[in-house]
Every structure is written in C-alpha cells, then in structure tokens.
Design a protein around this ligand. Sequence first.
Ligand code: COA
Length: 161
Amino acid sequence: MATAREELAAPSWRLRAMTQADLPRVAALERGSYVFPWNDQIFADCLRVGYHCVVVENAAGVAGYGVLSMGAGEAHILNLCIADAWRRRGIGRALLLALLAHARDRGVRDAFLEVRRTNRAAIALYHAFGFECVGTRRGYYQAQDGREDALVYRLELGALP
Ligand SMILES: CC(C)(COP(=O)(O)OP(=O)(O)OC[C@H]1O[C@@H](n2cnc3c(N)ncnc32)[C@H](O)[C@@H]1OP(=O)(O)O)[C@@H](O)C(=O)NCCC(=O)NCCS
C-alpha cells in the first residue's frame, strides 16, 4: 500500500511515452508484479520495434506501464501493470482505455489479449471493458507447479466508450 506521505504527495498522475531511461524502473515493477516477469531486454525490444509503450507517472515516479502492438487490423495488449501500492484507484482502467483508444483512433477494429486463468484482478478489469473470452491456450504460461492456461480475450474497439 502507499504510505500516507505518498498519498499526500501524489494525488495525480499522467500517461507518457516510455523511454529507454524508464527501463530500469519498469523492469523493477515488472519483477515485483509477476512471478515470471519479462526481462529488461524484452522491454528494450518493445521500444526498438516501435510498439506503443506507455508509462503512468505520478509524484513518486513511474507507477505503471502498458505495452500495445498493432498490425493487420488487430491490436494486442502485451503488458499492463500498475505498481502494487497504486492499485485499485482506477489507474489500470485509465491506462487500458488509453491503450485501446490509441488503437481505435488508428483504425484498428479488434483488440486481443492473453491472461492467466488465475489472474482474477485482470480478468475482472477486462470484463468491465466488455472483453469476451474467445479461446484458451492450454499450458501457455510457465507456472510454479508446471504450466497454466491462457485465456484469450477479444474486444471490438467500436464498443469502447
Ligand atoms: C490488473 C491491474 C493492471 C489492475 O490495475 P488497477 O489500477 O488496480 O485497476 P483499477 O483500479 O483501474 O480497477 C478497475 C477495475 O478492475 C477490477 N479489478 C481490479 N483489481 C481487482 C482485484 N484485485 N479484484 C477484483 N477486481 C479487480 C475491478 O472491476 C475494478 O473496478 P472497481 O475498482 O470499480 O471495482 C493490476 O492489478 C496489476 O498490475 N496486476 C499485476 C499485473 C497483471 O496481472 N497485469 C495483467 C496481465 S494480463
């Protein structure tokens, strides 16, 4: 949780493009948020190939990030993460909306994403957006006790608010 001092110091936040300089902090948040995190090189590659990479910044610094790829009329949410201390304040929802709106405004019709079957917080967020489960990738993710399925979700971007 955020400390009282953080709460007072950081009532607001903004989205901006991720840069190379953000990578150490982004990778640290990643390691703190996932049991099987992306490594630093994956984020560097996302920037290099021109994926839409965004960070959430507040008075305490970078507090979250998202990565979106687009191609062939489809967008893919590749990563979406809010630092533990800043969750449940509507920031993940706003970040996801910004990523999806970015794609929609560029003529993309559908957005897809994969999520671990056990990731209840993320699945609740995606349902709140109207994402529909369109498939399962069996054993897609590494897991502590073997493999875990990915659920594949799709949203028609015309339905975005
Ligand atoms: C998923 C994640 C990005 C949500 O970020 P967040 O800023 O906490 O989300 P928000 O506060 O905007 O929540 C929006 C809605 O999502 C749902 N939600 C978010 N966290 C939830 C939780 N822990 N339990 C149940 N529902 C949750 C709720 O519907 C919530 O609306 P509400 O607060 O009005 O009930 C965040 O939990 C996270 O970074 N998790 C670790 C990384 C991860 O798993 N990313 C997704 C990979 S597919």
